[in-house]
Every structure is written in structure tokens, then in C-alpha cells.
Write a protein that binds this ligand. Structure first.
Ligand SMILES: Cc1cc2nc3c(=O)[nH]c(=O)nc-3n(C[C@H](O)[C@H](O)[C@H](O)COP(=O)(O)O)c2cc1C
Length: 372
């Protein structure tokens, strides 16, 4: 606890002010390089995990045949190529989602494509699914064993060749097939707001076409769908009806918001050249409302992973009480520091005890059950 307090202080007063002076993508790339070197030494990893990891049996869950030692995961988009899984484990995460990974290698959108919105506690993302492509990444991860569950997020390659619906489906199918036996679960990301051709698979008819093809590819891994945060409840329900007809086990709720007008965004953070989806605090309430809605509707059939604006244990707990069995984050890690993961797990344990829960399962959906 003393060590994490020192790390929090150092991150807030030294590392973050320094890092925030540089281009966000350069800092991100440097962090990936640093973390991948750090992850190569078992000794360093052991030392780091002794400082950062917090474990408690109340946080453990078995879901869809996967054991999670804690409910806090790293969301898709941080470790795009699956290069730092060991370092993520040492930081105390209970699971990670690599990607999004596409059928073909993808350079992403032209730079600049990442901006910090410090007053809004958010990031504007216009990356456009930069990644090495499914073949190179699968080749690297093939036959590797990881101590935490690794989700593989797949998406459609961001270029003009996949805008045609059938070509887009084939691209998803290529990535899905390549990762059919790699990792613990697959997430089908249909909600990236930053791609050529938009988000074609967020309509029921096209999602039906996509999932019908995915159904034909053998894989024992559970499948999640990553939903957009900006769809109405009615439009989300229509996608869920499609998911019910196919091999879908859960939902990741939700992706970046496309709305730049939200009252939670401090307009002085925005400049003319910015474009893309927004993460962090501006997505928090919207994603919680959608989690609660989906839990209320189909919570007994699907596992929900809640994501969007988690900066503390209280934030994670709000998502769990809304119906999420697991949570993910990125922006909180960048704004609060790497000790955040252990802090969330430690403080979650205290919140569960305060409310009389002996296991995290009992808290899932508690707010929805209290107000059906
Ligand atoms: C830099 C960055 C890149 C992202 N890239 C992806 C991605 O490739 N695939 C995806 O499904 N979500 C991506 N996201 C969205 C996150 O996974 C998450 O849904 C969103 O950021 C909300 O969580 P947060 O507020 O904890 O960051 C990205 C987010 C950020 C900040």
C-alpha cells in the first residue's frame, strides 16, 4: 500500500506531467517498447508483480469456462499486437484483450490520430485499427501460454478493399479463423468509429450475415460482440435479437463515443484538427446505462464486460452493479498510472465487504435487481 502510494504520487507529479508534454502516440509506442522489454525478464516481472498485484478470493470468477483471478482487464486498443501480455500480467490485470486485429496488416489512419483531452479526462482516438494483421500476430502468439486469460479482438481491415459487405465479412472470417485456437475468448468488434466505410455491421441484417459466417468456423472459444455506445436501446435490442440466434456468449459494452457534444466534454479541450471517437469519463454514464439495459433484458443469457471511463474502484463497482461481470479500462490507466489496477482490486474487495457480498458474483447487476 505504501509502495503504491509512492508510485501514484510519482506518476501524478513527475511521470504524467512529463509524458503529457509529448505526442500521445509517441508516448504510447515508447511505453509498448519499454513494457515488452520489461516483460522478457521473469525476475523483473516477479518484482513488479509483487508491488502491483492484489489478489483476494472474493474477486475470483469462473465464466464461460475461463478462470479470472480478478475482474479488471485491459481493454482492446492498448496492446494492439499482443506484445506486452507479460507486463500486463505483472501490472495486476485479471485479463487482457489484444487488438483489434484485422484480416490484413493495417497502417491505420494518417497522423495525427490521438489527442489527450485532459480537462474531460478523455482521449480522442482516430487510430483506424493500426495493427500487424492476423497472420503475423497469430504466428507470434501461437503455442504461447499466458498466466491470465487473453481475449483476441478482431475487426475489419480499415481500407477500401473491405468496404463491400461480403469482402468485409471475409476479412473478419480470416482473422477469426487465424485466432480460433489462440487466446481464451474472441471479441468481434463491430463498433470501431474510425474506419473506411463506417460501422456496417451495426445493423441487424448485416450482423446476421456476419454471424452466420462466423458460426461456420470451428472454435471452442466463447465469443463476445463489442457494441457501440451511441446506439439507442431499441437499436441495441435489435442487435441482441440477432446475437441470440448465433454463437455469441457475451457483450463488451461499449466502444468510444462519436458524440463531441456531450456535456461531459470540456469544449476547451477540443481543437479544429481533432476527429474520431472519445474514450474515458465522457463515456462513463452512457456505458453504464447501456450495461444496465442489456443486463435487465438478457442478463441471464449473456456475460457482460463493462468498459468506459473507469478511473477508480467506485467506477468499476458501478459497472458491476449495473450488470457487468468483468470490466476493462485504458484511459484510467493513462490518467491515473499503473498502480490503478491493484488499487481498484483492493478497494473493490472493501466495497464488496461493506455491502455484505462474499463474492463478486453477488454484486453483478445488484442496482438493476434493486430497481427492476
Ligand atoms: C488509444 C485507444 C485505442 C483504441 N483502440 C481500440 C481498438 O482497436 N478496438 C476496440 O475494440 N476498442 C478500441 N478502443 C476503445 C477501448 O477499448 C474502450 O472501449 C474505450 O476506450 C473506453 O474505455 P476507457 O474509457 O477505459 O478508455 C481504443 C481506445 C483507445 C483509448
Amino acid at each position: 500500500m505504501f509502495a503504491t502510494s509512492i508510485i501514484r504520487w510519482s506518476y501524478q507529479h513527475i511521470l504524467k506531467p512529463l509524458a503529457f508534454r509529448f505526442d500521445p502516440e509517441d508516448v504510447h509506442d515508447a511505453m509498448i517498447r519499454f513494457a515488452s522489454v520489461l516483460g522478457r525478464s521473469p525476475r523483473v516481472q516477479h518484482a513488479v508483480s509483487r508491488i502491483f498485484c492484489f489478489s483476494n478470493t472474493t474477486l475470483e470468477q469462473d465464466l464461460l469456462g475461463i478462470h479470472f483471478t480478478n475482474p479488471v482487464g485491459l481493454s482492446a486498443g492498448f496492446d494492439k499486437n499482443g506484445q506486452i501480455i507479460d507486463a500486463i500480467t505483472a501490472t495486476g490485470f485479471g485479463f487482457t484483450e489484444i487488438g483489434s486485429i484485422t484480416g490484413k496488416p493495417c497502417a491505420g489512419n494518417p497522423k495525427p490520430r490521438l489527442w489527450r483531452l485532459p480537462k474531460s479526462q478523455a482521449i480522442m482516438v482516430w487510430y483506424g485499427l493500426k495493427n500487424d494483421g492476423c497472420i503475423a500476430i497469430a504466428h507470434r502468439l501461437h503455442k504461447q501460454q499466458y498466466p491470465i486469460p487473453v481475449g483476441t479482438s478482431i475487426a475489419r481491415t480499415n481500407d477500401a478493399t473491405t468496404v463491400d459487405i461480403q469482402a468485409g465479412i471475409n476479412d473478419y472470417a480470416t482473422a477469426f479463423r487465424e485466432f480460433a485456437t489462440i487466446g481464451a475468448y474472441t471479441t468481434i468488434n463491430i463498433s470501431c468509429p474510425n474506419t473506411c466505410g463506417g460501422e456496417p455491421f451495426t445493423t441487424p441484417d448485416r450482423l446476421e450475415l456476419l454471424l452466420s459466417v462466423i458460426d461456420t468456423i470451428p472454435s471452442a472459444k466463447p465469443i463476445f460482440l463489442k457494441l457501440p455506445v451511441d446506439l439507442s436501446f431499441a437499436d441495441t435490442d435489435a442487435l441482441i435479437v440477432v446475437a441470440q440466434r448465433h454463437r455469441v456468449h457475451g457483450f463488451v459494452i461499449a466502444n468510444l463515443t462519436k458524440s463531441h457534444q456531450s456535456p461531459n466534454i470540456d469544449k476547451t479541450d477540443l481543437t479544429e484538427n481533432m476527429r474520431g471517437g472519445i474514450s474515458g469519463k465522457p463515456t462513463f454514464d452512457q456505458s453504464n446505462a447501456l450495461i444496465a439495459h442489456v443486463f435487465r433484458t438478457v442478463g441471464n443469457q449473456f456475460v457482460i464486460i463493462g468498459v468506459g471511463g473507469i478511473f477508480s474502484a467506485e467506477d468499476a463497482y458501478a459497472k458491476i452493479r449495473s450488470g457487468a461481470s468483468l470490466v476493462q479500462l485504458i484511459t484510467g490507466l493513462i490518467f491515473e498510472g499503473p498502480q490503478l489496477v491493484g488499487e481498484i482490486n483492493r478497494d473493490l474487495t472493501a466495497l464488496l465487504a461493506r455491502d455484505g457480498y462474499t463474492t463478486i458474483r453477488d454484486a453483478v447487476g445488484a442496482s438493476v435487481r434493486a430497481h427492476p
